[in-house]
Design a protein around this ligand. Structure first.
Ligand SMILES: Cc1cc2nc3c(=O)[nH]c(=O)nc-3n(C[C@H](O)[C@H](O)[C@H](O)COP(=O)(O)OP(=O)(O)OC[C@H]3O[C@@H](n4cnc5c(N)ncnc54)[C@H](O)[C@@H]3O)c2cc1C
Length: 414
């Protein structure tokens, strides 16, 4: 009987683990379990709607299910009790559920209305079934954070409706952006520009925007080759003018407090680390300062802290971790591949040392209602592609009920 592996989370890291396992041993039973009826995690719900090239990675993930024999077990949320059942049913279990909770700044004023986390905003923009409604933005936005997520948000807020052609942005999000009152965005980073986390290529892309004026402070030269690329890209934007919206970059400013009148934000205060403070007046604060474990994360922080072998992703005998769940909210989609290969290698070497247990694996799901399999996902996918509006490559279905209705309808007619 072949060994069975359950991977909890069908995002990029789960898919890369499955890929590595099945490449090494095509006879393994590998199931990718996801709380959503659709696979691919943040490729679908985080990667920007106007970066469809990046989302092309799903074509290699699809081969997992179509050619390598992995199975998708969608619409199943694993909680602590179900995790025990899964551990009893599979020879190895990999936790690859990512990190979904916006990290907080930990400063006064963070709960004022008008303060929003980038994760919550992008989930709403990209039609995640569990997203809150899109927030009401004001005219003056302070965007805190200097990673690629902050730059994605900046670019989307600055784009004209025409510049979003070819994306998979839904009708509600498109209207929200088109009617957004935002006139002025100040993007603030804690580090100096050369140490910012964004990639230079993301900054260069801003130079193609048609409707914005951009100001960048004077930036010192640096000896770091990576830092120099960032500085060059930023200098290339300085003075860009041509539109009603304005963007200003600020660096080396540490958040101190968000200020408000009543319950509403009126400004954000920063320190330069040398005793001087700056108040930036604003009516909206967007934070993009990383992610932590959400309520669905199966006690992630404790499990990682108590891991048997953190580096190889072994949390406990038979229980492993991969991707953002393992490493924290760092790294791009390709960065998860090397990590996944190490986890897969550890699982395979553990298998060699253990006697075959003859666990049931996938059979544990027999008779359980509501599961969405890969063929069901393909039906949802086809419906989304067929429903694309003019200027869009896909119409994302935004609720579980609608997704499940497509699956049920096809079942009735087959
Ligand atoms: C806004 C944003 C934009 C990004 N843009 C880019 C980009 O342009 N390019 C790039 O290379 N990288 C980008 N990244 C980084 C990239 O998305 C991550 O490196 C990658 O998604 C991490 O993969 P993961 O599988 O660990 O987590 P995720 O992609 O989050 O996948 C986790 C999966 O686990 C499922 N899950 C969670 N809990 C449970 C549970 N209890 N039971 C069952 N299923 C569960 C979730 O539904 C999800 O499908 C971006 C990240 C964010 C947040």
């Amino acid at each position: 009987m072949s060994r069975s592996v359950a991977i909890i989370g069908a995002g990029p890291s789960g898919c890369f683990v499955a890929q590595a396992l099945l490449k090494a041993d095509p006879d393994l039973q590998v199931d990718l379990i996801d709380r959503l009826p659709v696979p691919y995690g943040l490729v679908r719900y985080g990667v920007a709607a106007d970066h469809q090239g990046t989302k092309g990675v799903v074509r290699q993930f699809a081969r997992l299910f179509e050619r390598q024999g992995a199975r998708f077990v969608g619409n199943v949320e694993i909680d602590a009790a179900l995790l025990v059942e899964v551990q009893n049913a599979y020879d190895a279990v990999v936790l690859a559920g990512g990190l979904s909770q916006d990290r907080r700044l930990g400063i006064p004023g963070e709960d004022l209305s008008g303060v929003h986390g980038a994760g919550a905003v992008t989930r709403a923009l990209y039609d995640h079934p569990d997203a809150d409604a899109l927030p009401q933005l004001g005219r003056r936005v302070v965007l805190v954070g200097n990673g690629n997520v902050a730059i994605d948000l900046l670019r989307l807020l600055a784009k004209s409706p025409e510049e979003l052609d070819g994306s998979d942005l839904g009708a509600v999000a498109s209207e929200w952006l088109a009617n957004s009152p935002v006139e002025n965005i100040t993007i603030v980073g804690r580090s100096p520009a050369e140490q910012a986390k964004f990639d230079a290529v993301m900054i260069k892309e801003l130079g193609k925007l048609s409707g914005v004026s951009i100001t960048v402070p004077d930036l010192p030269d640096t000896d770091s080759p990576d830092g120099a690329k960032k500085i060059d890209a930023l200098r290339g934007l300085a003075g860009l003018s041509g539109g009603p919206k304005s963007i200003a970059f600020r660096f080396g400013m540490t958040p101190v407090a968000i200020e408000g009148e009543g319950t509403r934000v009126t400004g954000m205060r920063f320190s330069d680390g040398a005793g001087a403070q700056t108040l930036l007046p604003c009516d909206t604060v967007l934070t993009a300062v990383g992610f932590g474990a959400g309520p669905e994360a199966l006690d992630r922080d404790r499990r990682v802290a108590e891991a048997l072998d953190d580096g190889a992703g072994c949390l406990a005998p038979g229980l492993y971790a991969a991707g953002w769940f393992k490493r924290g909210p760092r790294g791009t989609i390709p960065d998860n591949r090397a990590d996944a290969q190490a986890v897969a290698a550890r699982i395979l070497s553990d298998f060699e040392r253990q006697p075959e247990a003859g666990k049931p694996g996938h059979a544990m799901w027999q008779g359980r209602g509501g599961i969405v399999n890969y063929a069901d996902w393909q039906r949802i996918d086809r419906a989304e592609l067929a429903g694309a509006a003019d200027g869009r490559c896909r119409h994302k279905i935004s609720t579980r009920a609608e997704m499940l209705a497509i699956v049920a309808k096809t079942e009735e007619t087959t």
